[in-house]
Design a protein around this ligand. Structure first.
Ligand SMILES: [Zn+2]
Length: 241
């Protein structure tokens, strides 16, 4: 994964400058991100699922620069439209910081994927990944306030906004919350047709959810089984002829 991230990140920097340079509008990847399915059940898992498929040779990466990160934040409801537009303007004025924030986002995403994918296989994550996440959590928490909620208190991340990295803080927080809860046992990785690799929280009553979605990976697997059965049947006919 590490190598792949470097390969994605490097050309993006110059691309980012070009894209932001065009008057700072939201741009071409908008339609794509709007179609991205949110099947993880937790913010941190949906963030890890911004590459589709996760394990194939030709994944579509929904996050290619800082503008995409803003679009994703809009898509999942982390930012309102005016906040995203303000951040896009700020990013245009501070392109180096925007590029660094984007790199941090990709590092976070890949760290989250490795941690939760390892846990889904009932193994323990690498210490370096957990240390990285902890460091990001410490940084994120310095921007948070405890505010009254319906039951007790809750974290609020808007105090020092707008900051270019503000959408990453609740993602990090969501990961820590999940990791330290009983629910972490319910994290699964979709086997897809061998390459999906999307993460999701199996909240079904009997813990039987197998696929990221029944309509997508579930129905593809069903079609494969039917096709294999048909082939087996027809080869039996040929054998007995
Ligand atoms: Zn899947």
């Amino acid at each position: 994964m590490g190598k792949m991230v470097a390969a994605i990140t490097l050309p993006v920097k110059s691309f980012l400058l070009v894209r932001i340079g065009r008057g700072g509008q939201m741009n071409t990847s908008k339609a794509e991100i709007e179609t991205l399915r949110l099947l993880g059940g937790r913010l941190c898992l949906d963030f890890a699922n911004t590459m589709d498929p996760r394990l194939g040779n030709h994944p579509c990466d929904y996050l290619r620069d800082y503008s995409d990160l803003l679009q994703w934040s809009l898509h999942v409801g982390l930012l309102a439209k005016d906040e995203a537009e303000q951040l896009q303007e700020n990013a245009a004025q501070r392109p180096v910081e925007a590029a660094t924030t984007f790199e941090q986002a990709i590092t976070l995403r890949e760290t989250l994927y490795r941690i939760f994918s390892t846990l889904a296989r009932n193994a323990f994550p690498e210490k370096s990944d957990l240390d990285n996440l902890k460091a990001m959590f410490v940084r994120a928490t310095t921007h948070a306030q405890l505010i009254p909620a319906t039951h007790g208190l809750q974290w609020d991340w808007t105090e020092r906004a707008p900051a270019l990295a503000q959408m990453l803080w609740p993602v990090v927080h969501s990961a820590i919350e999940l990791l330290t809860s009983e629910e972490v046992k319910k994290v699964k990785e979709c086997p897809g047709v061998g390459d999906c690799g999307w993460l999701f929280l199996d909240t079904s009553k009997n813990g039987s959810r197998q696929w990221c979605s029944m309509e997508g990976c579930g129905s593809r697997a069903k079609m494969r089984r039917q096709y294999a059965r048909k082939r087996a049947n027809s080869s039996q006919h040929i054998d007995s002829a």
